[in-house]
Design a protein around this ligand. Structure first.
Ligand SMILES: [Zn+2]
Ligand SMILES: [Zn+2]
Length: 374
């Protein structure tokens, strides 16, 4: 890795130096943006489950600055950046290569380089990082942003301009968690009025799937979630019925009865293999199971090939809601402004320097979507 010292900006960043270690606030140097890069002063950043699993050892190099649901104001742009300019309000989303077959078809969520572009902690072009401390490199470019910091380097491809009349500090989660849930329903499953959907897991992604389903007029929405406060919120956000998977009742029979024989679509947002089996079982023949939750590395689909053939169910793994952030984030903001996508109901704000408290609140279920405010 190389570092750059001229024209750099000093930032306060939450650095993780060891697997499982705390987010420690440190002063770091953020290099000036290269030709396709954007320097952003952060205003808010969401905490996503993926930040926590990366802190805890999902293969990312350390030391690293995590954070991938940033929102802020553009400070400087590289010479080839045309989509944003200094002073613009922006949301940062996931990184993509821009030239593989998926990217060329406007489907960056299935970019062939998705894993290295988002998790390698370096610029793929030359292995460098824009971040350093005392001349020593610190890994950055996490999801093309590393936005647990007062300043971040993003790329033009994952920097999305947003309108002025929306609260910028809470918009960051539109770039990952909320896009993942809402996009799964709207873009991947293409659910619409008259469809029915069962959502397993009422965290940030599952409740965003519920918001997406409401926004496109899905008629029957069933949410399975053990936390009673989240079940209550699901009802307030428009769920037709909620179920407690720990109350000992037969959830599958209940959803089948309540949906008239099975739902058109399911969203599996827990990553628990046995729950994926329940999702398959409550889906009507011809329906589709959207697999959104991140499973354990050795997780298997709990169904036989014959099961799938007899049931006639499609399994659909979904990353980032199959969204192109450049078009889907503005769509979600428009729905929000119309009162049809109240994602702010999922947000709990924390000051940036309380990042470890915010992560703890996410881990214990006290907060659905913590957002750090700078
Ligand atoms: Zn690509
Ligand atoms: Zn995420």
């Amino acid at each position: 890795m190389t570092t750059q010292t001229s024209g750099s900006t000093v930032a306060t960043a939450a650095v993780v130096r060891n697997v499982g270690g705390p987010f420690a606030l440190e002063k770091i140097d953020v290099a000036a943006p290269r030709e396709d890069e954007v320097l952003v002063r952060m205003v808010g950043v969401g905490v996503c489950h993926t930040d926590i699993v990366c802190r805890d050892g999902f293969p990312v190099p350390m030391p690293i600055v995590l954070g991938h649901e940033g929102s802020g104001i553009v400070e400087a742009v590289g010479t080839r950046v045309t989509n944003v300019k200094p002073g613009d309000r922006v949301v940062l989303s996931f990184n993509s290569c821009g030239h593989c077959p998926s990217c060329e078809k406007d489907l960056p969520a299935t970019c062939s380089q998705f894993l290295p572009m988002n998790f390698a902690g370096i610029r793929l072009a030359d292995g460098s990082s824009p971040l350093s401390k005392d001349g020593q490199p610190v890994h950055g470019m996490f999801f093309g942003q590393s936005s647990f910091a007062t300043y971040a380097i993003a790329r033009a491809v994952n920097t999305v301009r947003v309108p002025d009349a929306v609260p910028l500090e809470i918009l960051g989660p539109l770039g990952c968690g909320i896009q993942t849930g809402a996009g799964a329903v709207i873009n991947s499953l293409k659910a619409t009025a008259g469809d029915s959907i069962a959502i397993f897991g009422g965290g940030a992604v599952g409740l965003s799937a519920l918001l997406g389903a409401r926004a496109v007029g899905v008629t029957k929405i069933f949410v399975v979630e053990p936390n009673p406060e989240r079940r209550q919120l699901a009802l307030e956000l428009g769920a037709s019925k909620v179920y407690d998977p720990r109350d000992g009742s037969d959830i599958e029979a209940a959803i089948k009865a309540d949906s008239g024989g099975g739902v058109t679509y399911t969203i599996e947002a827990t990553g628990i293999p046995a729950v994926a089996g329940q999702a398959i079982n409550v889906t009507a023949p011809g329906g589709t199971v959207g697999l959104v939750g991140v499973p354990p590395p050795d997780g298997q689909i709990p169904a036989t090939l014959l099961d799938l053939l007899v049931k006639g169910v499609t399994l659909r793994p979904i990353t980032e809601g199959d969204a192109n952030p450049q078009t889907f984030i503005p769509r979600m903001i428009e729905l929000y402004q119309q009162g049809r996508f109240p994602f702010d109901r999922l947000v709990t704000k924390f000051p940036f320097d309380k990042i470890n408290d915010a992560v703890h609140a996410a881990e214990t279920g006290q907060a659905i979507k913590p957002v750090l405010v700078f």
